[in-house]
Design a protein around this ligand. Structure first.
Ligand SMILES: NC(=O)c1ccc[n+]([C@@H]2O[C@H](COP(=O)([O-])OP(=O)(O)OC[C@H]3O[C@@H](n4cnc5c(N)ncnc54)[C@H](O)[C@@H]3O)[C@@H](O)[C@H]2O)c1
Length: 274
């Protein structure tokens, strides 16, 4: 457990926006030095410039695409050279493509899994062995409530987040004998740009235009009902301090997750909460 955050070092992927940016701000308030990393170099530069006017050289930025294992590994080298260690790693970068399963495309699947699943795995592989060797640290993998239950029209996203939950549970069990803690963040609706996927989608990803309407209506729901990112970040800081694995943000998450097991127990087909 990392009870004392002051003076420690955090790395956050997907840090130029939304939950990642809120995590950065929360860690800075705790007195940490924070390395922001994002594939969006312009947004990253803007946020690093803004934050450094407030906290000086406690923030720095590393443009990095988490789908590239060599780039993530090179980033780990840079951070170790600069800070001599990393105490908190947040594998947060993610994308939220939506749409009916039958309207998804193979390239969309590849992109979603490259970012949401392999991006987390690359972070773990590049950072965790050195954190274990250093003898202290905590890894936060950002999954979703959609990693514990499944909504229609978010099947591809839910499949990727189920993978993050599975990866994180296994990691927790394997690292239990070490001083490295693991948390799995499973937010429900948080007010961010996650459903504005077109801004991040590479040209090689083919999409069915019929999904635009689904994507737009989810973005509206998020804007109306999403909670603030600061609430999520506070829960993560608390989980890091207390060594808690599951990090939920909404009361609905546990009943939604349990519903699957009630269905299993009753021999019912999947129902889910409405
Ligand atoms: N907002 C929600 O309601 C919600 C709910 C559950 C889970 N999540 C998860 O939270 C995480 C953060 O999302 P958010 O809601 O803050 O969305 P966001 O779009 O505001 O932020 C995501 C960030 O990830 C970056 N990113 C995307 N692809 C990347 C890549 N290949 N390499 C590096 N960075 C990349 C983006 O540039 C962006 O800055 C995601 O993993 C998302 O799935 C969000």
């Amino acid at each position: 457990m990392i009870r004392q955050l002051d003076g420690r070092v955090a790395v956050v992927t997907g840090a130029a926006s939304g939950i990642g940016l809120a995590l950065v701000e929360a860690f800075l308030v705790e007195g940490m030095s924070v390395v922001l990393s994002d594939v969006d170099g312009d947004a990253l530069g803007e946020e690093v410039d803004r934050l450094s006017t407030e906290v000086g050289d406690r923030v720095s930025g590393e443009a990095c695409d988490v789908t590239d294992p060599d780039a993530v590994s090179a980033m780990a080298d840079v951070v170790w050279d600069r800070h001599g260690g990393v105490h908190v790693l947040c594998n947060n970068a993610g994308v939220g493509p939506a749409g009916a399963m039958l309207d998804t495309t193979p390239s969309e699947w590849r992109w979603t899994f490259d970012v949401n699943v392999l991006g987390v795995a690359h972070g773990v592989l590049a950072f965790a062995p050195r954190m274990v060797a250093a003898g202290a640290g905590h890894i936060v993998n950002v999954a979703s409530q959609a990693g514990l239950m499944t909504n229609a029209f978010l099947g591809m996203y839910a499949a990727s987040k189920h993978a993050v939950v599975g990866l994180s549970e296994a990691l927790h069990r394997e690292l239990e004998p070490t001083p490295i803690g693991v948390s799995c963040l499973c937010p429900e609706l948080v007010s961010t740009a996650i459903f504005d996927v077109a801004r991040l989608r590479p040209d090689w990803v083919e999409v069915d235009e019929t999904n635009d309407a689904t994507q737009a209506s989810l973005a509206e729901i998020l804007a109306e009902r999403g909670i603030g990112t600061d609430v999520v970040a506070d829960r993560v800081v608390d989980a890091v301090r207390t060594g808690r694995f599951w990090v939920f943000t909404h009361d609905v998450t546990l009943p939604a997750a349990l519903r699957r097991f009630e269905d299993l127990q009753a021999g019912r087909n999947p129902t889910g909460l409405v």
